[in-house]
Write a protein that binds this ligand. Structure first.
Ligand code: ARG
Length: 573
């Protein structure tokens, strides 16, 4: 595999200069005329070493020239090493990769364990688009870790504790509609929660004065019901359990559609009961202090509150209790939390307190930007929350219209399956294709486009490869050669783009940026389509076997990579 092998040259060369530091500067060249890869190490380290970068690059050049896969290596520019790989070597590396695409991903996580906290919706509410992003991005983060050899524990950290439940219990007792609850439990809970919010509000400008007392009373009752629930009151406990399990049932339907699974589904409720002892421990060890009735941890400029004045544990306290559980249970090397970027400060503070109290695992917050809808484009809105199920249904319906038009001859069942894979995949892919930090504006045209960097385009490309392979077996001509012979620049480009997919997996994992994998897959698909349009595969006897080997490689590598993006790579569309 190219990067692994060239990386060994890079590492050995670098090691003769320094033992540590950034040797990870082996990048694809922008211009094919300069070769396939550029190594920037000498340029980067020379100045600190008071050496001439070109001279240093010259000195390290032999480590690349010696490499069996290298056709040509030279020093260029201000101290770069440009490397071009041999065509036959590329072809056999590709054949190996096609035989087992998973095996070519750098196993940076071998023997290590990661907990990924993702999706994590607040129960008794519909999952909304914020959780959709956490679900998609988090899921891909689990898949990327697993691909790199990590043992992955995916944990759906449900928001299932605290004051919202007291409010819900009051609202349930006063206003419930059992028929509606039986039909659509989460919808009814949401209605009750919204009604509580409305009636517990008092604004002297709009409300009559007698309303104030009623609103206060509702809030008092909610506090009391929350306290009762947390003390283990049987009736409240039963209600809470029912709200929670009905919500989970609905979420599971969504997860199943998206192909997402978890190893643990524990909620904040799991940790609520131990937050007191966590706070006590922080006080005892002098990490936390009492401050005006609350308990806080001072972190430079920041103050992290772990217990409020009224005695209630905070979100931070729950996360501290949870991190202790995860350390004891899993002894992870890393923990990744995938949430909305607006929670970033919370995580920075919580990580700082966790580290002070002895957590050694690498703690990562992967924050993502908002997903916005162009105004008015979506039909179903509940308050200002966009429901995930509606979004998926809409995408599938739109995909279905395209499938019916393009593949009307397919059986009904298959068309439904294609629409589901394309629609759900398209919604999912628009979360992955941009850098996670940027905000996304939902654009149906773009996400369902058959060309450009969209899920339908990628899925269609793989289906095209599969279709060529099907025809090749059916028409009785020569089958694929074990290794391709790269005779045309377009073939070489395709081989290189496919060989770079595992690098994209590695890069996406290192940067917590699934979009880097999406880019790599998109580039491979573009190369494949260029190859398909410019060269004949089945009808050119001389090249058929070799080109079929390339198609086979594309097929296997795309199936693997699309799977890592959580897309269902169907064999025909
Ligand atoms: N339930 C939270 C929300 O909906 C996300 C929880 C993230 N995980 C955590 N350990 N804090 O915003």
């Amino acid at each position: 595999m190219i990067p692994a092998l060239l990386r060994s040259s890079a590492l050995t060369a670098a090691a003769t200069v320094q033992n540590e530091g950034d040797v990870d500067v082996l990048v694809p060249t922008n211009n094919a005329a300069h070769g396939d890869y550029q190594w920037n190490f000498a340029f980067r380290v020379a100045r600190a070493r008071k050496e001439n970068p070109r001279a240093l690059a010259e000195r390290l050049l032999p480590f690349f020239i010696e490499h069996p896969g290298v056709a040509h290596a030279e020093v260029a520019g201000a101290g770069f090493v440009n490397v071009r790989l041999r065509d036959d070597w590329l072809a056999s590396a590709l054949a190996r990769q096609a035989g087992n695409p998973g095996a070519t991903v750098a196993q940076t996580g071998a023997g290590k364990r990661v907990v990924v906290d993702f999706s994590s919706p607040n129960v008794a509410k519909r999952m909304h688009v914020g959780h959709m992003r956490s679900t998609h991005l988090g899921h891909v983060i689990t898949l990327l870790h697993a691909a790199a050899g990590w043992q992955v524990i995916g944990d759906n950290h449900l928001g299932d504790w605290g004051t919202p439940f007291g409010k819900l219990i009051v609202a349930w007792n006063d206003w419930r509609d059992e028929v509606a609850y039986a039909k659509d439990p989460v919808g009814e809970l949401e209605r009750l929660y919204v009604r509580f919010g409305d009636e517990a509000k008092f604004d002297p400008a709009v409300h009559p004065p007698e309303r104030e007392a009623a609103a206060l009373l509702l809030n008092d009752r909610a506090r009391e019901e929350t306290a009762k629930l947390q003390r283990g009151d049987a009736a409240n406990r039963l209600l809470w359990q029912d709200f929670r399990s009905r919500s989970l049932e609905e979420y599971e339907g969504v997860y199943a559609r998206m192909g997402v699974t978890f190893d643990e589904v524990l909620g904040e409720s799991e940790y609520g009961p131990v937050t007191d002892s966590v706070v006590a421990d922080l006080l005892e060890r002098g990490i936390a202090e009492n401050s005006e009735g609350a308990v806080i941890v001072r972190l430079g400029e920041q103050v992290s509150v772990v217990r409020k004045k009224d005695g209630a544990a905070t979100y931070t306290a729950t996360d501290l209790a949870c991190v202790r559980y995860r350390v004891d249970r899993w002894r992870p090397d890393r923990m990744v939390y995938v949430t909305d970027a607006r929670q970033h400060q919370h995580f920075m503070n919580f990580f700082a307190v966790a580290q002070r109290s002895g957590v050694e695992a690498d703690l990562v917050h992967m924050g993502f930007g908002m997903l916005k809808l162009p105004d008015g484009a979506m039909s179903t809105r509940k308050g200002n929350v966009i429901r995930l199920v509606d979004l998926l249904d809409e995408a599938v319906a739109r995909a279905r219209a395209v499938v019916d038009e393009k593949s009307g001859s397919f059986p009904e069942e298959e068309r439904a399956a294609i629409a589901e894979a394309v629609g759900v995949g398209a919604v999912r892919y628009q979360d992955l294709v941009q850098s996670p930090q940027s905000d996304i504006t939902f654009d149906w045209k773009k996400i369902l486009a058959m060309d450009g960097n969209s899920a339908p385009y990628l899925l269609y490309t793989r289906a095209r490869a599969a279709s060529i392979l099907r025809k090749a077996t059916a028409d009785g001509g020569a089958l694929a050669a074990p290794v391709a012979t790269l005779t045309h620049p377009v073939e070489r480009d395709l081989a290189l783009a496919l060989l770079r997919v595992p690098e994209a997996v590695d890069g996406a994992l290192r940067a917590s940026a699934p979009n880097l994998l999406a880019d790599g897959v998109y580039r491979a698909c573009e190369s494949f389509n260029r190859f398909y349009y410019e060269l004949k595969v089945l009808d050119e006897a001389e090249h058929r076997a070799s080109r079929l080997a390339l198609v086979q490689a594309a097929d296997a590598i795309l199936v693997h990579a699309l799977g890592l993006l959580g897309l269902r790579a169907l064999a025909r569309l």
